[in-house]
Ligand binder design. Sequence first.
Ligand SMILES: Nc1ncnc2c1ncn2[C@@H]1O[C@H](COP(=O)(O)OP(=O)(O)OP(=O)(O)O)[C@@H](O)[C@H]1O
Ligand SMILES: [Mg+2]
Length: 280
Amino acid sequence: MQKIKQLVGYSGCKLELINNQDCLFVRKSTKHNSYNLRLKKQLKKQLNFKSSTVKTPQIYNYNYDENGLFYFDMEFISGKTLAEYTQDILITEIVDFIKCLFESIYFNSDEENPKAKDIFNKKIKELEMKISNKTNLYEAFNILKCFEWTQIYKSPCHGDLTLENIIITYNKQIYLIDFLDSFYNSWMLDVAKLLQDLELKWSFRYVEPSATQSLRIEIAKEALIEEILKLENGDKKLFAIYHLLLLNIIRIYPYTKDEKTFNFLDESVKKLVLKINNKQ
Ligand SMILES: Nc1ncnc2c1ncn2[C@@H]1O[C@H](COP(=O)(O)OP(=O)(O)OP(=O)(O)O)[C@@H](O)[C@H]1O
Ligand SMILES: [Mg+2]
């Protein structure tokens, strides 16, 4: 077994590209055994993902290494992340591409979840305690505390659907990678994560997209919003998704160390508060 290279990642996990008798695979392993349970949950999500059009890398094997660290081996997908692919995607293919992606994450159930209220309010309270020094978040927290979270429908979801976690192969097959165990599972959370990139440009905060790339991202955003508005009570669902997006953004503050990211967060909160207040 020969390690070819370390893949770039941001999380607490190690990613290696390995060659075993001419068969390439990716090994994702924890760096510390305190993360074992989380990676196992992420693997379970990946194994349970079902869609007729979008794929996820096949899992070959999973186990603990000699140091008790959990790992799993999966198919290596050769392609580009969607963040990179927004540079060369054909304008004419964007709408169908977003439709395909949306169909793979959307779950048709409008059953309100009474438990969501407590789960979200607890999360919001914890967050407010953690970042009580950020006085500019007063209005944002008020919005979050007043929102009726029972309308966030429970369903299977990816958990961290950024453009970095979507790979497009050279024959245009979409793959989802890097599933995340989130405190709440809902397809609406996945849409919020997509809008975090398509509307707020989270994945592009260090390298500004070119004018042509921005145009493509804007078309993709409009196409995604169109899909939500087509649903029954689509405008209400979209409104709920923007609340999730606001919560997502605020949840990044405690992990932030660099000024670019702080500026990104402050600007995003401002935009979202304005947007939500204008729609109320
Ligand atoms: N199965 C795979 N095939 C090809 N490339 C992969 C595969 N898994 C991961 N990668 C590459 O490695 C990068 C990092 O992997 P991954 O997204 O799983 O972890 P991470 O980014 O460290 O986690 P997080 O996004 O939660 O911080 C991906 O963006 C992708 O470029
Ligand atoms: Mg990732």
